[in-house]
Every structure is written in C-alpha cells, then in structure tokens.
Design a protein around this ligand. Structure first.
Ligand code: SF4
Length: 287
C-alpha cells in the first residue's frame, strides 16, 4: 500500500499521489496519461482526476501498479475500477492491468474469443474472477522470458497450455507445454500466428492475431512524441543486428495494431503501418 509519508515531492497537491517506491515501469502513465507523468526516473501525479472518466483511469492505474506505489488519500470506492479490468481495447482484445513487478510492469492482454492470455498479468483474485467470467484461459502466449510473471498460477487455475520459444526457456518456465524452435512462424490457431523475433532476447516472439493485432512484447512499440515505430536499443539484451533482421521479417505480414508489453500501442491503417515499419528498420540500422 502506498504511504503518504513517502509521497514524491513532484506530485501536485490532492488525494492521488505516487510514493518513493515507484520503479518507473510506465504502466500508470499508459493507463491514465492525463493524471500521471514522467519525472525522470519515477512517476508522479501532475493533474488530479476531475471527471468520472479520469477517476476511473487513475483507479485502474492504482490497481495495476506493480509495486502499490499509488495512493488515494480519500480511499474512494474502487469497485467500478476493479470490475472494469480487463479493459476492452478493440473487438475481443482486452488489456489486463494488474501488472507484475517481476515483469517490470509489462502490459498483458486477454483475447476473449480464443480464451488466450498474451503474457502474464499478476495473479490477483479480482482479475482472475473477471477473466473467468469472460470465459477463462485455454492458452497463454509468452513473448519472452522477462514477462512470464505468474504463468504457473494461471496454469494451475485454468489448466491453460503455455507457449514460449525454446530459446527463452529457463528454470521457472521449464514446464511450459509448447516450446517451438527455430525462426519459422508457427500456426497456433487459424487466426493466431507465432513469429520468432530474436533480438531483445534470443527466444523473443511476437504474436499476430486475425492479421490485425500484433502483440510485440519488448520488440516494437510506438513513440507518440516522434510519431514513429521504435525498438529499444538500450534494452536489447541479446543482439541488435538480429533484432533488425527480425524487424525486417515483419514486413511480410499485415497488421493494424501494435500492442507492446512496454512502450505505447498504436492503431494505424495497414498500409501506413507497413511504411512505418520500413521507416523503423531504416532508423534501427542507423542506431
Ligand atoms: S505504475 Fe507504479 S511503479 Fe509503475 S511508474 Fe506508475 S507509480 Fe511507478
């Protein structure tokens, strides 16, 4: 629970605040961008929620903070925010919230029609109940070794089949049921493709859903300031040159959405997305 005694000085006066335990994961700034801002190596509140919509977003951020670093002095009723997660994005795609510290606040997603989680949220009972009401979890797709969070608990609860590339298997993921190898794309279901994208880690993969939604883990995200697709050169743990090659291979696919673990999502027409991806590859080659 956030402690007002540890309130960061950069918070504006008011009920909502961030305390000094913030690990700068960015989740609150993504979930409630009109309330939270970046102060360099942490987040703080720059605008207290005013509308009902802002309050709901701020409460979702509070719930989703991996380190419980966000507080509300007024201790308002949270039931509406709890009921609102997972949060719909488009069609049957939802953003889970409830990020985990072990995956540094990475965002995970739920695909209702195929009862699929993409990366693992925190195993929090309210979220688990809401997912159960949406249909439960038959499958868990893991983009890479860093964002596996509470995958064991979801497997125990739902008996879901987990998928992670063999090159990212570690001790805590040794029990994952499906461990594809190599660079060839793997058909997971009629509308779901696993595309290996080594670079950030050796076994990183992205997942393409309905030729529309690309779940990119830590491979690719949108930079809203420069309005361009980016990769994270300073968070590339395996090979930047391989990540460039992986990025080029994505030009063979059609999609409209980038939904990352870290960084900003974006929705663009498929033709514009293709051009932005070409631009991203050129930009990566200069980095
Ligand atoms: S979600 Fe929590 S840990 Fe992450 S940046 Fe916001 S306050 Fe910090």
């Amino acid at each position: 629970m956030a402690r007002s005694a540890l309130r960061i000085a950069e918070n504006v006066p008011g009920d909502f605040f961030v305390d000094s335990s913030c690990i700068d994961c960015d989740a609150c700034r993504l979930i409630a961008p009109t309330v939270f801002y970046d102060i360099g190596d942490q987040s703080a509140v720059y605008h207290q929620p005013e509308s009902a919509e802002e309050l709901l977003a701020a409460q979702r951020a509070l719930i989703s903070c991996p380190t419980a670093s966000i507080g509300d002095v007024a201790k308002r009723d949270m039931r509406a925010a709890v009921a609102s997660l997972p949060e719909p994005i488009a069609e049957d795609v939802f953003r889970c919230g409830y990020t985990s510290e072990s995956s540094f606040g990475a965002i995970s997603y739920y695909l209702r029609d195929s009862k699929t989680l993409v990366d693992s949220p925190r195993f929090a009972n309210p979220l688990v109940r809401n997912i159960e009401m949406l249909g439960g979890v038959d499958r868990m797709l893991l983009t890479h070794q860093d964002d596996v969070a509470d995958h064991e608990k979801f497997h125990e609860r739902f008996g879901c089949q987990r998928v992670l590339h063999r090159d990212d298997i570690r001790n805590r993921t040794a029990s994952v049921e499906v461990q594809p190898e190599g660079l060839d794309a793997v058909r997971i279901a009629d509308d779901l493709l696993m595309i290996p994208t080594p670079g950030h880690t050796k076994g990183h993969s992205v997942f393409l859903y309905r030729e529309k939604f690309l779940f990119t883990g830590d491979h690719l995200a949108w930079d809203p300031d420069d309005e361009r697709l980016i990769a994270f050169r300073n968070a590339c743990w395996y090979s930047w040159s391989e990540q460039i090659t992986s990025m080029s291979r994505l030009l063979d696919y059609r999609f409209e959405w980038i939904l990352p673990g870290h960084g900003r999502p974006v929705h663009l027409p498929a033709e514009r997305m293709h051009r932005e991806l070409e631009r991203c590859v050129e930009w990566m080659q200069l980095k």
